[in-house]
Design a protein around this ligand. Sequence first.
Ligand SMILES: Cc1cc2nc3c(=O)[nH]c(=O)nc-3n(C[C@H](O)[C@H](O)[C@H](O)COP(=O)(O)O)c2cc1C
Length: 265
Amino acid sequence: MSNDSTSKTLLVALGVCLVCSVLVATAAVTLKPMQEANRERDKLRNILLAGNLYEKGMDTKRLYAERIRSRLVELESGRILPESEHTNALNPETFDIQAVSKDPDLSNTISRDADPADIDRLPRYMPVFEVTDGDSVTQLILPVYGKGLWSTLYGFVALDRDLRTIRGFTFYEHGETPGLGGEVDNPNWKRLWIGKQAFDADGALRIRVVKGSVAPDDPDARYKVDGLSGSTLTTRGVDNLVRFWLGEGYRPFLDRLAASPDVSP
Ligand SMILES: Cc1cc2nc3c(=O)[nH]c(=O)nc-3n(C[C@H](O)[C@H](O)[C@H](O)COP(=O)(O)O)c2cc1C
């Protein structure tokens, strides 16, 4: 066949396509378990980061096993489900927020005006993570999520055992623009959350992410976190999702903990 013939050109092009598609498909299939394991490890690392337990180079899985105890909470009642009630889908260690919120048996629709985090459906259960120090629980790490500008942001808020003071905040998944909304990953911004008060002494939800910077002499500075500059929409999304989860989502659970010290962290 001549090198200039149309059929040889097509045949070579087809051959190259075939070889490349086999290579891509093989890579996708063989790398998938590794990607999933890395995603899972990243999530554990972020739980530890929210609780200020992680430092570079640490063995994530070991630290997680040593310091974190996972629980499953029924959001409406605030009840912790005993392990006997855990199932494949309802297991705090393998809990898949996206799958659960699509399942009509495991989640409920939320009306538009009761959905500031813009999540459409509220899971009936959520995992929560207790940070342990020997026999005592020092912090609670709560998964939170909601829409920013381009994406749903998934993260964790760590609350001190006083159930008011924020001990850390981190996102492990989002699709906001790097350098703009993506600055939610900036350690300097995440550090601003540490020590802020989510609730006042009367138990009212006070935490806010404000546009711009919090004035140092603002008497309410302990309830306010600086917004991200040039990213008002992501900032508003973060404000909405934090306030929704602390003010509504986990409220029965937090009230229950505050009311009965026996089950309190
Ligand atoms: C390419 C591009 C990407 C952007 N990404 C984000 C983003 O991730 N988050 C965000 O809040 N705003 C983003 N913006 C800016 C918004 O469109 C909007 O202008 C901004 O949120 C307004 O913030 P400001 O009032 O602080 O200026 C982006 C704009 C452009 C052009």
